[in-house]
Design a protein around this ligand. Sequence first.
Ligand code: ADP
Ligand code: ZN
Length: 525
Amino acid sequence: VSLSFLVESSIGASSMNFGKSPARLLTKDRNKVTFKDVAGCDEAKEELQEIVEFLRDPTKFTALGAKIPKGVLCIGAPGTGKTLIAKAVAGEADRPFFFISGSDFVEMFVGVGASRIRDMFAEARKCSPCIIFMDEIDAVGRHRGGGVGGGHDEREQTLNQLLVEMDGFDPSEGIILIAATNRPDVLDKALLRPGRFDRRIVIDLPDVKGRMEILKVHARKIKMDASVDLMDIARNTPGASGADLANILNEAALLAARKGRSAVTNLEAREACDKVRYGKERRSLEIDANEKKTTAYHESGHAIVGLFVKYADPVDKVTIIPRGFSLGATHFMPKKNRLSYWKRELLDQLAVLMGGRVAEEVFVGDISSGAQMDITQATKLARSMVCEWGMTDSLGTVAYDERSDSGMYLGSAGMQERTYSDETAKYIDGEVRKIIDEAHLRATEIIKEHRDQVQLMTEMLMEFETLDRKDVEEISKGVWDIANKRARLKAQEELQKKTPPPAPILNKEQPFPPGAAGTSEPQQV
Ligand code: ADP
Ligand code: ZN
C-alpha cells in the first residue's frame, strides 16, 4: 500500500512530466481519521454526515432521485481543521481521499494546471466513490480578470478546467469535491454558481468549550500528570485555532522531555501556552535594573487599574520576564466567552490600557516607548466605539467607518471610499481623543489613590519577576505577606522535584457551564 502516488499525465514524459498531477492519494486503509478525531465542529459534522452516507452507498440516494451536492466549500481560518474534517469524511465512509492544494497549480507554463486538474479527475473516477479535497482553492479560484497579464493567464485556464470537470461529472458517479478557503470573498463568481459548491460549511475558531474538546483529543496521545488542567489552558487561549492547541500540547511534551520528566506537568503546559501565544521567554536578554524597574511600574500600573475598575476581567498574572517583543505583560483571564462588548466594559478596558503609561508618569517621572502597543490598541478600541458601535452621543448611532484592517470587506474595488465629510472626520478624531483622555484621567486617579499598592507590586515584581492571581489579590487587598509567597514557591518546587506517575487525563474532565459560546479577544497588555 502506498501512501502517495503520482498520476501519469496526458501530456506525458515528452514534456518533462509537467502534466503530472501533484494530487496525493490517501487510500482507505491508510486513512484512519474519523469524526472522533475532530473535536467540536458539531454543525459541520452534521452537515457532512449526509455526504458520508452517500459515499458509503450512492445508490441509496440515486435510486430515490435525490441529488447530492457536487461540491462542498469549507470556509474558515487556517488551522481550524478543514483538512482534518474532510479526511474524516473519507475515513468515516472508508473511501479514498485525494488531496491537492490550489497553490500546487501556481505554475509558469500555461496549460499545465488545466491538465493536472483533468488528470486528477480522471484518476478519481477510477476510484469513485471518493473525495477530492482541494486546499486553498482561492489560489486558483480568484475572480478572473483581476490579475496582471490580462484575461488569459494560467490561473484562468486552470479554473476553467476545474469548472468544466465539475460540470462534466454526474453526481451519481460518486465524486465529491471538498474545497477549503479562508477568503470566500475573492472567489470567482462562477465557482459559486448553483450546481457547483452548493453546500457551504463555515468552521469558526473554537470557543472555550471547543478548545477544551480539541485539547482532550490531542491529550490522548501525550503522557500527562494529574496536575495538568486542560480547562485552564482552554480558558487561557482565546483566539487559538485547533492547530495552535495541538501545537501547545506538543510544545509541552517537548519541554517535559527536555527536562527529563516522565510526564508533562502543569508547569510545562502553562509555559507552552505562553510560548505559543506570546513567543519564547527571553531570559537571557540583557536588561539593566532601571529598565526592569520601569517595566515593573508599567505592568503594576495595568494590574492595579485592572483590579480596581469594576468591569475588567480578573488579573491572572503579572510578569516582567521578557517574551517575544514585549518586556513584560499583564494577563487577564476572561470570565466568560465574550460575544459582545458593553460600553462600561470598554471604558474600563481603556483605563486598564492607560494604566501602564500612567504608572510611568507618576512613578518614573518620564515616559517610555513601552506603551506603544497599549496606545495602538486603545486608539483602535476608541475608534470602533465612535465609528462602528455608535457609542458617543454627539455622533449618534451612525456607522462612519471604512473597514480596511481585515481585508475581508474590501471586495474587488480595493480601497473603499470614505463616506463622510472632512468636518465629520475632524469631529471623529476629537471624540476619539476625548474618550482616551478620559480613560487616562481615570487611570491616573486610580493609580494615585492606590499608590502604595503599585509601589509594593513593583517591588515584588523586582524580586519574584512573576506574580500570580493570588499574589496580586493579596497585594490589592493589603494582606500581602512575603513569607507566605516564599513558602508557596518552595512548596511548588518540592512538588516539581517529585515526578508523579502519569495519570489518565481523560478522567480529569471538568464540567463546563452551559450557554457559553463564541470567542473573546485574547488580552495581554
Ligand atoms: P486547516 O485545513 O483548516 O488549515 P488542518 O485540518 O490542517 O487545518 O488542522 C491542522 C491540525 O490542527 C490538525 O491536524 C489537528 O491536529 C489540529 N486540529 C484542528 N482542528 C481540530 C479539531 N477540531 N479537533 C482536533 N484537532 C484539530
Ligand atoms: Zn503596557
